[in-house]
Design a protein around this ligand. Structure first.
Ligand code: PA5
Length: 434
């Protein structure tokens, strides 16, 4: 199985999960029949089948154009309009993608902007793009979010000074709503190439739409395989039988743990490339479940690094947390620890062992310690970190999130809290009508 799940270290007994079976079944029906709260945003459920095939072919043509012409691709977006593509990019690209030689990389450098309001960040980005062929993918579903809108104005102004207005228009691709919002209006007026974020797919569920697919294609990720993995997930995790559906088991166990006072879920990885998957996952679960005075606080850690900072608290602090670890099977082409004649570092006892093997022992040692410290542990396994599995994992988390939200009793597809901050900011900045 490419993605696996086990909860043998969760301290949950099988009968506890069985009690949830009718509720999970009800949640499944609400989601699939599109009858639950927020169902107008449940378009992602069958997106891997229903996506616009013509648009996807055009996306590949534009992606090829970026690959051939750009040295730097700037992706402007925030929240759901950037975290998914960043998560997949970081998981599947070279760890030092932007720094390696152009000839080895073969595809443009990729930088994410529009996700903060730091003057320093923008000054520094100008250093990065100096004398480079720059293309921009500006992404905003609403088309009105302040951070990406400000970033776009700054970057566009810079590009117009460098390339002139007409050439700049050819280098900008807008991904936004099909008919409304300031970005759509601007794109129409300027004649930008445009891709659509479907009406029925919310920002945090949009990674498998052009939001994620265009930038990922442009940096050489096999988006066909990503979609194929997600599609496999869509089939496998649409099984209403909880005992046969690991996404539903994960959803149920989370809710049982939450009822037992485990208010914080920590997503653990042992692979630096998965750090941004944690960031994407935090938005997905935080925005979907954190409402009506309910929710599990989603946190993430990168082990083994964070064992040396957060390990103490997890092992020995307040017992209100549980962990979900993503574990990847060791690679065949792994690096081995060599023998050293002097053995001054005392490491000869692991000579010939691979880094993956040692990493796996770090996981097992940590699991033993944390379970010993009464931290329930859920384990998600992946046989390889590739496009197919990451696509399937994305769908696993999305499906589990929707079911978990319905079991918890919230609308998992709205985000009134985010809208509140956006409106306050408009008011404070003096925007008309606020
Ligand atoms: O999930 C959401 O809807 C939000 O977090 C959005 O993704 C985020 O606020 C960005 O919004 P937009 O794409 O409209 O600029």
């Amino acid at each position: 199985m490419s993605i696996g799940f086990n909860y043998q270290h969760s301290f949950i007994k099988d009968h506890e999960l069985k009690f949830l079976k009718p509720i999970i079944n009800e949640a499944h029906i609400m989601l699939h029949d599109k009858k639950g709260p927020g169902s107008e945003f449940a378009g992602w459920v069958d997106l891997t089948e229903s996506y616009d095939k013509d648009e996807y072919e055009r996306l590949k043509i534009v992606g090829e154009m970026i690959k051939s012409n750009a040295q730097v691709l700037l992706v402007i977006g925030i929240g759901g309009s950037y975290l998914g593509s960043r998560a997949v990019f970081e998981a599947l690209s070279h760890s030092f993608y932007n720094s390696i030689d152009e000839n080895k990389r073969k595809t443009p450098q990729l930088y994410f902007v529009g996700n903060n309001l730091s003057p320093k960040y923008y000054k520094d980005i100008f250093d990065v793009i100096e004398n480079k062929e720059v293309y921009v993918n500006v992404i905003s579903k609403s088309g009105t979010t302040t951070e990406p809108a400000v970033a776009f104005r700054i970057i566009k102004d810079h590009m117009e000074k460098v390339y002139g207005k007409e050439e700049t228009k050819k280098r900008i691709i807008a991904t936004t709503d099909k008919e409304k919002g300031a970005l759509k209006t601007l794109a129409q007026k300027e004649g930008y190439e445009t891709f659509v974020i479907p009406d029925d797919v919310g920002g945090r569920f949009s990674v498998l739409t052009p939001v994620g697919l265009l930038p990922l294609y442009a940096v050489g990720i096999d988006t066909d395989k990503l979609l194929q993995g997600a599609h496999e997930g869509a089939i496998e995790y649409s099984n209403p039988v909880m005992e046969e559906n690991i996404a539903y088991q994960y959803a149920g166990i989370r809710q049982i743990l939450s009822k037992k006072g485990k208010d914080i879920e920590i997503l653990v990885n042992y692979e630096p490339g998965l750090q941004y998957l944690g960031e994407w996952w935090k938005q997905l679960y935080g925005e979907s479940e954190g409402k009506d005075g309910k929710g599990i606080f989603p946190a993430s850690v990168n082990f083994t690094a964070d064992l040396h900072s957060m390990g103490q608290l997890i092992q020995d602090g307040k017992r209100n947390i549980f962990e979900t670890s993503i574990i990847i099977e060791p690679d065949d082409e792994d690096i081995q620890v060599m023998e050293d004649e002097d053995n001054l570092d005392g490491l000869n006892y692991i000579k010939g062992k691979s880094l993956g093997y040692i990493n796996d022992k770090a996981f097992q040692g940590t699991l033993l310690a944390h379970v010993d410290g009464n931290v329930p542990n859920l384990i998600i396994t992946m046989d390889k970190m590739n496009e197919y599995n990451i696509g399937k994992l994305i769908y696993f988390f999305e499906k589990a999130c929707a079911i978990s939200g319905y079991v918890q009793g919230v609308n998992p597809f709205d985000q009134p809290g985010v809208e509140a901050y956006k409106k306050n900011m408009f008011k404070l900045l003096g925007k008309e009508g606020y």
